[in-house]
Write a protein of this length. Structure first.
Length: 123
């Protein structure tokens, strides 16, 4: 039988760049760049509170999906979900299994927005 043996020797290396972050302003030798906005982005807090709507003692609904133009959050055990949004007009779709979906349009301007949502059972 004929056999051929190969012996290969090579050296390998890699470089870890100094990451480009805003927290590391004194970096040097970084081959990457990032862009910063000319003016800071201003956001406002938008709080959704989802309950059964009873006036005397409302029950908060946990696990309600709130979709604001593609950004989805789920309410906690207090029935609340908070978004941080830039100024503008948004549409929110509030859904939970066994309940009628609610669609709300709201505007974010120069102050925080609070939306109280009442869900009604399908039964």
């Amino acid at each position: 039988m004929d056999m051929t043996a190969l012996r290969i020797v090579f050296r390998m290396g890699w470089a870890l760049p100094n990451p480009a972050t805003r927290m590391n302003e004194d970096r040097t030798g970084c081959a990457f760049a990032y862009l910063e906005p000319g003016t800071p982005v201003v956001t406002q807090k938008v709080t959704f509170t989802v309950t059964d709507g009873k006036e005397s003692s409302p029950v908060a609904y946990e696990g309600v999906r709130i979709n604001v133009d593609g950004a989805i959050l789920v309410t906690g055990d207090d029935g609340k979900a908070e978004f941080n949004l830039q100024a503008g007009t948004y549409t929110a779709k509030i859904t939970k299994k066994g309940y009628i979906s609610v669609t709300e349009t709201f505007t974010v301007a120069k102050a925080a927005v609070t939306k109280n949502i009442t869900l009604t059972s399908r039964e």
